[in-house]
Ligand binder design. Structure first.
Ligand SMILES: C[S@@+](CC[C@H](N)C(=O)[O-])C[C@H]1O[C@@H](n2cnc3c(N)ncnc32)[C@H](O)[C@@H]1O
Length: 369
C-alpha cells in the first residue's frame, strides 16, 4: 500500500479558468484555489455527473462545477449560505431588473418597517444610518414573493454587508475601528465607507452577470451534513466535495455560525430577537450544536461522513497545518477506498504530491476513488 512517503510524485498543471469568477468573500473560501481544484478534478467526471458540495459556504466550488456542466447539489447548514447557493447555483437566469432594485431600495408608505437592527445593534457593526437602511431593505426583500428573486436580492445584501465589515466578519465589535481615520497596515476604508446602496447595486449587477443555466436541475440544500440524504430524491452523487470547518488545533476549529451570526439573523428577522445571546459581548446567536466545530466530536463526524458517502468519489480540501492531521484523514479514507491521492499546490502554479514539499505548503486536495 502507498504511504505518505512512498507515493511517486505527480504533477498537474493549472489552466486559466474560462469564466468570470464571482467576487465572494468568505473565511475558508476556495476562490483562490479554483484552478487547482479544476486541475485535480477535471478528469474525474463526465458531463452528466452529479456533484454534491456538502459544505458549500460561498458556493464558489459548486459554481465552478456548475460551469463545468455538471449537475450540482449545494449544501450548507447556514441559512444565509443557502440563499447564496440558490442565487449562484440553483437560479438559472437574471432575476433583478432596475425596477426591482429601485423597489427594494424604496420606503413604501403602505409598509410597516420594524426597527430591530437599529434598536439592537446600535454602535455594533454599522452606523445608525446604515442600520436603518438594513431594516428597510431586508424588510422589502422579505416581501418578495418569488424565491429565486429573493435569493438574488439576499446575495447582494449579504455581499454588501460583508464588504463593509473589517475582515468581513461579525465576531468582533469594531465599528469605532472601521470609522477611525488612522493609518492601517491594510486599508479598506474606502470600501467600508461606500454606501450600502452603492454596494447593494454593485452586487445586484454581479449576480445578474454570473448567473446562468447549465441545463441541469441544480439544487441548494440547507441541512446539517450528517443529516443530509439524497435518497428521497433518488440521487446518488458521483462526487462528494468535502470542505468542512477547519482549524490549526482542536481549540481553533472555526464556528461559522458565530463568525456570521449577523447574516444568519437577517434570514430569520422575526425570530432573531429570541435567538440572540444577550450575555455575549457581540450579540451573537445562542450557541448551536455542531460536531464539525466541536473538537470532541469532530473525528466521529469525519468517520460517519466518509462512511455514508463511501460509494461516491470523495474530493476533500485540506489546509495544513490542521486538525485532524492530514495523515489521519488519509488513513481514514483508506479504510473505505482503494485509491487515495493527495495533491498539494505550491506557489509556482505546480502541484506535486511529494511529502517534503507538502510540509512547506498549505493547500491540499485529497481524491479517494
Ligand atoms: C471551509 S467552509 C467551506 C468553504 C467553501 N468550500 C467555499 O469555497 O466557500 C465550511 C462550511 O461548512 C459549513 N458547515 C459547518 N458545519 C456544517 C454542518 N454540520 N453541515 C453542513 N455545513 C456545515 C459552514 O457554514 C461553512 O460554510
Amino acid at each position: 500500500m502507498n504511504t505518505l512517503t512512498d507515493r511517486p510524485q505527480q504533477e498537474v498543471f493549472l489552466d486559466k479558468l474560462s469564466y468570470e469568477v464571482p467576487t465572494t468573500r468568505y473565511v475558508g473560501s476556495k476562490r483562490r484555489f479554483l484552478e487547482f481544484m479544476h486541475a485535480v478534478t477535471k478528469s474525474l467526471i463526465s458531463k452528466d455527473s452529479v456533484v454534491l458540495d456538502l459544505f458549500g459556504g460561498s458556493g464558489i466550488v459548486g459554481y465552478h462545477f456548475k460551469r463545468q456542466g455538471f449537475r450540482v447539489i449545494y449544501n450548507d447548514y447556514l441559512k444565509f449560505n443557502w440563499w447564496i447557493g440558490k442565487a449562484l447555483i440553483e437560479n438559472t437566469e437574471r432575476q433583478l431588473v432596475e425596477s426591482d432594485i429601485k423597489s427594494l431600495l424604496e420606503v413604501k408608505k403602505s409598509r410597516k418597517y420594524p426597527t430591530l437592527i437599529q434598536d439592537t445593534f446600535k454602535n455594533y457593526y454599522y452606523t445608525d444610518e446604515e442600520n436603518r437602511w438594513l431594516d428597510i431593505v431586508s424588510t422589502n426583500i422579505r416581501y418578495l414573493r418569488k424565491e429565486s428573486k429573493k435569493a438574488a436580492a439576499y446575495y447582494a445584501l449579504f455581499q454588501a454587508c460583508l464588504t463593509k465589515r473589517p475582515w468581513s466578519l461579525f465576531n468582533r465589535v469594531n465599528l469605532a475601528f472601521r470609522l477611525a481615520e488612522q493609518e492601517r497596515s491594510f486599508n479598506n476604508k474606502t470600501t467600508w465607507d461606500t454606501s450600502f446602496e452603492t454596494m447593494f447595486r454593485r452586487f445586484c449587477d454581479e449576480i445578474n452577470q454570473v448567473v446562468f443555466n447549465n441545463q441541469h436541475d441544480n439544487i441548494a440544500m440547507n441541512e446539517s451534513a450528517e443529516n443530509l440524504s439524497l435518497k428521497s430524491m433518488e440521487l446518488k452523487p458521483d462526487i462528494v466535495y468535502i470542505d468542512p470547518p477547519s482549524g490549526r488545533s482542536p481549540s481553533g476549529l472555526l464556528d461559522y455560525y458565530q463568525l456570521y451570526h449577523f447574516l444568519e439573523g437577517l434570514t430569520d428577522y422575526h425570530s432573531w430577537h429570541e435567538r440572540i445571546d444577550y450575555q455575549s459581548y457581540n450579540l451573537r446567536l445562542k450557541p448551536r450544536q455542531n460536531s464539525w466545530s466541536n473538537p470532541v466530536e469532530l473525528k466521529d463526524a469525519w468517520k460517519k461522513c466518509i462512511q455514508s458517502f463511501r460509494d461516491s468519489i470523495l474530493v476533500i480540501s485540506y489546509r495544513s497545518p490542521g486538525y485532524p492531521k492530514l495523515a489521519w484523514i488519509e488513513k481514514l479514507l483508506k479504510t473505505q477506498k482503494q485509491d487515495v491521492q493527495v495533491f498539494t499546490q505550491n506557489g509556482l502554479s505546480r502541484i506535486v504530491t511529494s511529502v517534503n514539499q507538502r510540509l512547506e505548503m498549505n493547500e491540499h486536495v485529497l481524491v479517494a476513488e
